[in-house]
Design a protein around this ligand. Structure first.
Ligand code: AHR
Length: 320
């Protein structure tokens, strides 16, 4: 009898404890994230980094792929607002055209974090913070590498073709600006063609074919705003019977594994790093913003430059 009473009491205690526990447990944070798309090796690594970090931190991530379309990102943000998520994060496909939807998020008291790419808005209070690379500096780094190389042939004119990223995107605008700013220091460096390859391999190849058709052997250097376009262009150069990395010097940005493989094969000369591994820092910032802790308005990623000479040694350390 005593034993039965004890058992009943223990069971009742356990039930009360079990059923009461959720009252004390913290509600998991819910983040709505709108990704640009899956246009490049970089973007895939960025998506994996964000999804993995959310999972590791027990954060519920509502993920939407915009397939490179601003209208899809606007729709996704509106749907996150309707779902009353705790925070919205997104990587804006282009810089402009965000004021209205970001004002809607602000009116709904849902904080916004920009990742990877900046926006051009009249009111900076429309977002809490922006984490990502300094794209202008990346362009400058690419330009400085070329300036150094050009010192070996001071009397020669160097004709450059440029594959730009997505029209109107922050990395395309800034990488162009930074590169131009630096190469202006040497009048022998001339950009003879510049066109968008939309950050994809297929477009990079297609536009490089057109450059080769128009300029042929006049082209000395290719400056591609990302590795994927450079890899596509390398194919076009080979199909035109030229040697990428030798007949045409190839410079690109990102530092993905594919670029390191191309450098080891002697087909790409340098890649300027742009880290997609933003997930862990984004989750930390999100927690701080939701908890009303102060966060810096701008968090810049630390990155390096990898010329072909160090590619084989660095390759085993690459995480994306
Ligand atoms: O915004 C970052 C850029 O977007 C990367 O350089 C490119 O590969 C990507 O698609």
């Amino acid at each position: 009898m005593t034993c039965n009473r004890r058992t009943v009491l223990a069971a009742a205690f356990l039930a009360a404890f079990t059923f009461n526990t959720p009252v004390f447990a913290a509600k998991p944070l819910v983040i709505g994230f709108s990704q640009v798309g899956a246009e490049s090796e970089w973007r895939t690594a960025n998506t994996v980094s964000i999804k993995d970090a959310a999972k590791k931190d027990g954060i519920t991530l509502k993920f939407a792929d915009a397939q490179q379309k601003q209208e899809n990102q606007v729709k996704a943000i509106r749907s996150f607002i309707a779902q009353r998520v705790d925070l919205i994060a997104f990587s804006p496909v282009v810089e402009s055209g965000w004021d209205t939807v970001l004002r809607e998020a602000k009116a709904a008291k849902i904080p916004v974090i920009l990742t990877d790419r900046a926006v051009n808005v009249s009111d900076p209070s429309l977002y809490a913070t922006f984490i990502g690379s300094d794209f202008v500096e990346e362009g400058r780094r690419a330009g400085r590498w070329l300036l150094e190389r050009a010192k070996k042939t001071p009397d020669t004119i160097i004709n450059i073709v440029e594959l730009q990223g997505t029209v109107g995107s922050a990395p395309a605008l800034d990488r162009k600006k930074g590169f131009e700013e630096v190469i202006a220091g040497n009048p022998k460096l001339k950009v003879i063609r510049s066109q968008t390859g939309d950050f994809t391999r297929a477009k990079g190849k297609e536009v490089m074919e057109a450059f080769l058709k128009a300029e042929g052997k006049k082209i000395n250097v290719l400056y591609a705003h990302n590795d994927d376009m450079a890899i596509g262009a390398i194919q076009a150069i080979e199909e035109a019977g030229l040697k990428p990395g030798k007949d045409i010097v190839v410079i690109s940005i990102d530092g993905v594994k594919g670029a390191f493989e191309a450098m080891i094969a002697g087909k790409l000369n340098v890649t300027v790093e742009c880290s997609p591994l933003l997930g862990p820092q984004l989750m930390q910032l999100a927690r701080d913003v939701v908890a009303n802790k102060p966060v810096p308005k701008r968090v810049v990623t630390q990155e390096g430059v990898f010329p072909a000479e160090v590619a084989a040694k660095e390759f085993p350390n690459r995480k994306y």
